[in-house]
Design a protein around this ligand. Sequence first.
Ligand code: ADP
Length: 160
Amino acid sequence: MKIAIYPGSFDPLTNGHVDIIKRGSRLFDKLFIVLSNNTSKQTLFTLEERINLAKQAVAKLGNVEVIESENKLTVDIAKSMNASVILRGLRAATDFEYEFTMAMTNSKLNSEIETVFLTADNEHMYLSSSLIKEIAKFSGDISNFVPKCVADALRKKFGD
Ligand code: ADP
């Protein structure tokens, strides 16, 4: 049984994330989406809101589960879920340095856990949660970029 975790802040989940999740769910027997309260990031949505949105967005994928991370290292979360893989998405070269450093660090912390990268597909290359929030803040149309539940939540958040 190949188990992977896909950790992130998902503030909020975009179609780019969903694409990585769908493709990951075909590669692994079980995929856990792990949402954390990243201490260095100020989030728009609370952890509970982000978890609920992620759950709604992936409800149809039978082998995908959304979990809340405890205050632990990513490699320790993987170990506690019996996962041997950390799944991450790569957009443009701008993601590379950060992701590479994280992958190297995690492999030093636990050499039995591999980081696997999926490249973003053409349609989602440019999508980021921060861009979506910026568009939504100024009442732009975000319906093509995020799942419907996320679009509704963003409209509500910004009082539309
Ligand atoms: P973090 O705060 O850990 O970077 P994010 O929610 O921003 O969490 O992203 C989680 C993962 O998803 C990261 O590996 C990121 O590179 C990837 N990702 C973000 N947006 C996209 C996208 N549009 N297409 C593919 N991967 C993406």
